[in-house]
Design a protein around this ligand. Structure first.
Ligand code: PRP
Ligand code: URA
Length: 213
C-alpha cells in the first residue's frame, strides 16, 4: 500500500487534513488556496525538520545561567520546483527564515508528461547542506526525479522531498529512482488519471495558486 511505503511519511494531523480538504474543493478561491498552502507548509516543515541536530549552548536567562539547545550541523536549503513549489516555500521560510533557497524551473510536457527544465539556480555549497525539495504535487514523479537529479549534479547528497499530495505511482517511481530521498506528504491519493493528474487530487496546483488556466 502506498501509505505504508517505507519512504513516505504521511502527516495525518487533523489541522493538515482539514486544510487539505478545503484546498481540494473546486470552489476554493485562489487567495484561500495560497493561504492554506502556506499554513500546511509550516506543518509539513515541522515534520520534515524533526531530525535537525541540536547542541547545548551556555546562555543566561534573567534568572540564572543554563545550557539550552540550539540548532547546529548542516544548514538548510529549500529547493523550490517552479512554479508551484513557491506556495510551499513561503510557509517553510516563515519557520526557518535563515534557510538558503534553490530554484529548479520545470514544466511537464502535456503530451509526454516528461519534465522540461527552463531554470536552475542553487547555492554553491550544496554538498554541505541539508536540502528539502518542495513541490505540492507528486504525480508521475517525473518532475521530482528531474529536480533531484539536477540537485545531485550540483552536489547535494542529503535530501528530503516534501509535497502536499502524492500518487501511489509517483511514490513508487521516485523511491525507485532516489531511494535515499525520504518523502513527506499530507496525503497519498488513489491513482493517476490518463492525463497524469492525481485522483481525486485538487487539480493543477500551479493554476490554482496563481489563478491561471
Ligand atoms: C506540476 C506540479 C509538479 C508537477 C507534478 O507542475 O507543480 O511540478 O506538475 O507532476 P509530475 O509528478 O507528473 O511531474 P507543472 O508542470 O504543471 O508546472 P507549474 O508548476 O509551472 O504549473
Ligand atoms: N500537477 C498538478 O498540479 N496536479 C496534478 O494532479 C498532477 C500534476
Amino acid at each position: 500500500m502506498p501509505t505504508t511505503h517505507p519512504n513516505v511519511t504521511v502527516i495525518d494531523h487533523p489541522l493538515v487534513q482539514h486544510k487539505l480538504t478545503i484546498m481540494r474543493r473546486r470552489e476554493t478561491s485562489t487567495a484561500s488556496f495560497r493561504q492554506l498552502l502556506r499554513e500546511i507548509a509550516m506543518l509539513l516543515c515541522y515534520e520534515a525538520t524533526r531530525d535537525l541536530e541540536l547542541e547545548l549552548v551556555d546562555i543566561e536567562t534573567p534568572i540564572q545561567a543554563m545550557q539550552a539547545p540550539m540548532l547546529t550541523g548542516k544548514k538548510l536549503v529549500f529547493a523550490s520546483i517552479l512554479r508551484a513549489g513557491e506556495g510551499l516555500l513561503d510557509g517553510m521560510l516563515d519557520l526557518v527564515p535563515a534557510a538558503r533557497v534553490a530554484h529548479v524551473g520545470l514544466y511537464r510536457d502535456p503530451n509526454t508528461l516528461a519534465a522540461v527544465e527552463y531554470y536552475f539556480k542553487a547555492p554553491d555549497d550544496m554538498g554541505n547542506r541539508r536540502v528539502i525539495v518542495l513541490d505540492p504535487m507528486l504525480a508521475t514523479a517525473n518532475s521530482a526525479i528531474a529536480a533531484i537529479d539536477r540537485l545531485k549534479e550540483a552536489g547535494a547528497t542529503d535530501m528530503k522531498f516534501v509535497c502536499l499530495l502524492a500518487s501511489p505511482e509517483g511514490v513508487e517511481n521516485l523511491s525507485g529512482h532516489h531511494p535515499d530521498v525520504p518523502i513527506v506528504s499530507a496525503a497519498v491519493d488513489e491513482c493517476l488519471n490518463d492525463h497524469g493528474y492525481i485522483v481525486p487530487g485538487l487539480g493543477d496546483a500551479g493554476d490554482r495558486m496563481f489563478g491561471t488556466k
